[in-house]
Design a protein around this ligand. Structure first.
Ligand SMILES: *Cc1c(COP(=O)(O)O)cnc(C)c1O
Length: 427
């Protein structure tokens, strides 16, 4: 595979952009090598600056559930752009997107639009803290909730410990308010909540973990979080930035029938443009300025282009049967990968909820961050590079989800599986 132009661009990028990328996961650090610079994308395919084409299972890390450059979204954005790209004043479009979100996700009676998942989560937590008059946040190891200071904390070893900052530049005092527990570990959560009930504003969770690979919740995990938080007056926040409109039109909360107090969205709701949203019961959201005293604002929030893309995306996702079809194809891909690995004698643990998939190079079941980390990441790196060399683009990290879009054809899947078998055999 020729990559000379990508290499050249990466060298130039590293001179003016830290690490050459505007978001660290793009840099291929965990698999080695240099990233490919992308020129265009259409449907299931990504094309780089050297003219290579790939079947894409990263899909911009989740948003492109209809594949790249879907005609209805591109048409809508193009038309909207001709009317101006930002007004700094309210539009009918914002009302429509908020209504569509509230209808899809009934726990979000009121919605505030922002520009990213990170922003949505920071803001939801601010509301939770204001409402409960407590500062503590309980999160789970291996769950990612954006790069806000106090969320860049995770446990050291042990069952659950007080958070220590994971990144320089995060004051200890901020991380101090963050507790972490292992995902799916009800006993640990129960103990932590009972010990810190009076300090905790919220428990925040990815209802299907998607940032340590894909780790589905055990049957009792989310119901138990709901019961425990309710009992102690702690708000339950679902970070559905990945799962929202991905695992179900109503998100994971519709799939598992759990009503969180607040929900954060991002990725898919922007149709490939920067949009985030947070919301919850009217009573909670009425605290947000200017209705209430909790300040949160944004010059480009509710941007007409981004919101137009979001509306077009959600309209398409209302197509009857669309999630069933996605899930069927995802099952074909996941089952096929499993069979290919087995035939090639490569131990592989697979996880999948709807069209989000994980494949861990390990023998033991993956239920949390510790078990996810048992994976052979060097083997994954080899797998990744060999697949890439043969035209299949998976995420450049063992600990990221693979996504499917409605644009992936049965032929794409057959080609991917044939390639994977060849690669597995050579591992
Ligand atoms: C991507 C992601 C975020 C952060 O969203 P950004 O738009 O990148 O700020 C937060 N939570 C989860 C679960 C995510 O996957």
């Amino acid at each position: 595979m020729k990559t000379t132009t990508s290499k050249k661009l990466f060298a130039a990028a590293q001179r003016v952009i830290p690490g050459g990328v505007n978001s660290p996961v793009r840099a291929f650090r965990s698999v080695g090598g240099h990233p490919l610079f992308i020129k265009r994308a259409k449907g299931s395919r990504l094309y780089d600056v050297d003219g290579n084409g790939f079947i894409d299972y990263v899909l911009s890390w989740g948003p492109m559930i209809l594949g790249h450059a879907p005609a209805p979204i591109i048409r809508a954005i193009t038309r909207a752009a001709a009317h101006g790209t930002s007004y700094g004043a309210p539009t009918e479009l914002e009302v429509r997107l908020a209504q569509m979100i509230a209808e899809a996700v009934p726990s979000m009676q009121q919605v505030r639009l922002v520009n990213s998942g990170t922003e949505a989560i920071m803001s939801a937590i601010r509301v939770a803290r204001a409402h409960t008059k407590r500062d503590g946040v309980l999160k789970f190891e291996g769950c990612y909730h954006g790069h806000a200071d106090y969320l860049l904390a995770k446990a050291g070893s042990g069952v659950a410990t007080l958070g220590l900052p994971d990144s320089p530049g995060v004051p200890r005092d901020f991380a101090r308010h963050t507790l972490t527990a292992p995902y799916n570990d009800i006993a640990a959560v129960q103990k932590l909540i009972e010990a810190h009930a009076g300090e905790l504003a919220c428990v925040i969770v990815e209802p299907v973990a998607g940032n340590m690979g894909v780790v589905p919740p055990h049957d009792e995990f989310l119901p138990m979080l709901r019961t425990l938080t309710r009992k102690h007056g702690i708000l339950l926040i679902f970070d559905e930035v990945i799962t929202g409109f991905r695992v179900h039109y109503g998100g994971a909360q519709a799939l598992y029938r759990i009503m969180p107090d607040m929900t954060c969205l991002g990725k898919i709701i922007g149709g490939g443009l920067p949009v985030g949203a947070y919301g919850g019961a009217r009573e909670l959201m009425q605290q947000v300025a200017p209705a209430g005293p909790v300040y949160q604002a944004g010059t480009l929030s509710g941007n007409p282009l981004a919101v137009t893309a979001g509306i077009a995306m959600l309209k398409e996702l209302q197509t009857p049967g669309i999630y069933r079809k996605l899930e069927e194809r995802a099952r074909v891909l996941a089952d096929g990968l499993g069979e290919a690995a087995k035939k090639a004698g490569v131990p592989l643990i697979q996880t999948r909820v709807g069209s989000m998939m994980g494949a861990f190079f390990t023998k033991e079941p993956v239920v949390d961050y510790a078990t996810a980390k048992q994976s052979d990441t060097q083997r994954y790196a080899k797998f990744f590079h060999r697949m890439l060399g043969k035209g299949v683009y998976f995420a450049p990290s063992q600990f990221e989800a693979a996504f499917l879009s409605t644009a992936h054809t049965p032929r794409d899947l057959t080609q991917t599986l044939a390639t994977a078998y060849t690669v597995f055999r050579a591992l």
